[in-house]
Structures are given as C-alpha cells and as structure tokens.
Design a binder for this molecule. Sequence first.
Ligand SMILES: [Zn+2]
Length: 283
Amino acid sequence: MDEEKLLQQLNKFTRRKLSPDEVYIFSVILCDNEVDRDNEKFTVKSLEKLSGLFVGKTGIFDHDAKGSNQTARIFCARLEKDPERKTLDGEEYVCLKADAYMVRTNSNSDLIKEIDGGIKKEVSVSCLAMKKTCSICGANVSKHPCSHEKGNFYGGKKCFYLLEDIADAYEWSFVAVPAQVSAGITKFFGAPQIPKEQAELAETEKRLFEEIKSEVTKLCFLAYPSSSKGLEKIVEKMSLDELCELKKSLIDCVCGDLKPQISAVYKEDLSRFKLGGGKQFEP
Ligand SMILES: [Zn+2]
C-alpha cells in the first residue's frame, strides 16, 4: 500500500486531516497461527475475527508510557500468508499484520527512532477467547476439561489448545526488546468472568473436597496402618462420590474392629473425626 492510501485510511480515525510529516506509520505483527510458548494457537478463523476487532484499537508502549503521546493506533489490519512456512501442526503460516500510526511530537521522537532502528519487537495482545479446544480429542476445555495436558505428547502428537470464538479484542502493547532476547508473541487473555457467587461456590467445593480427602487419608491410616502409603495415592485420584463412600466404610471399619491396643494410640486422633451417628468409640 502506498503512503497516500495509508494516509487516507488513517485519516478516518483522526479529527483533522494529518499530513505525511505529522504522522509516523509502522506495521506490526500482532499474532499468528503458530503454536506459542503457552502451547496455544489461534485458528485462522480467530485471526480473521481479530483483524476486524483490532482496527481502531490503541497500543501502549510499555516503557516510559508517561503521556498520551506514547500510544499508537491501528488503522488497518490484514492476514498475511507465508506458503513457505508451516506451523508446528502443519498448517500454512498466517499472521495478523497491522498498520499503526503515531502523531509525531517532540516527546515521542526518541521512541520513533527506536522503532525505526530495527530493534526487534515483541507484541502482546489481549483478547477474549470463549472457547479453547484440545488438539488431541477436540474437547472444549473451557467447559469440560479433558485428560490431555497441553505441552505433553500423545502418540507422538503434541497437545495444544486452539483459541476460538473470539469475543473481543482489548488492546495491544508494543515492547521494544533488545535483539538478543528471543522475540515472539506474548499474549494475555481475559478469561470469561465467572460470577462472584459461582466463584465462591467453586472455592467452597474445592475446600470441602480437600478436607474430605485429608479425612479419608487419616482414616486409611487408622484402618490399615501398614498399607496407608499406597492407599494415600489411590485417595488422591478419587472422585468426591468415591471419597464419601470410602469414608463411610472406613468409619465402620475403624469403629467396629479397632483393637484395644491400637485404639488407645489413635483415640485422640479419631475423636477429631466427628463420627456423628456412627458407633461410639470406646478403647
Ligand atoms: Zn483432550
């Protein structure tokens, strides 16, 4: 795109027409469809969505961002393919490239020099992906976690999450980093907001789950002191239902058959379990 056309486009975003001398225009790669260091990747469809959402969005320069002059604005974004390059999962490489502008002022002249000076750039984008899909089994892990862990290999294939259903794009920040630091794309995602009550409920559930786990572990020790180590490992993997079931039978076992000499040792411990309607413990 020639300068005249670029200016026309960016002037759609300005209150008055800016002349070529007044603006500094540069392009930046916002993100791509490569599997990133978090073992996540955007689908091409997500990149298309983002290309629309990022137009008009302001970018921040993370260093020395004192004034409003230290911001740039995207006025044009497009997908660019590189048929020569393949992504980790064998797709044709596609990146989201944006044109951004800054109004030249005295205070940002140094910054402009830095960008011009070929210093490698690292961009972080923040956006909202409503869906994350497991590359191995196709599960929507933002709703139902699957057994695969991103970064691990299954049958020779690396597991990663596909970022889909992009709901919004917020901002992008432009970080000038020295060339020797490995360049790449970092990104931050706002997770869908969980309502407060729901979050608190989840917290309570988690706590109760941990509590019952530790209770069952102690009961295992009381009932089967010699094999308690092995049982502990099994308990770690049990569901809440299974734990409740096991707890009941362990209480019966401990209260029913406890030998007097053992019971004396564990009497104090056992009293902490609040056995409720169960048999009263007598040494
Ligand atoms: Zn999976």
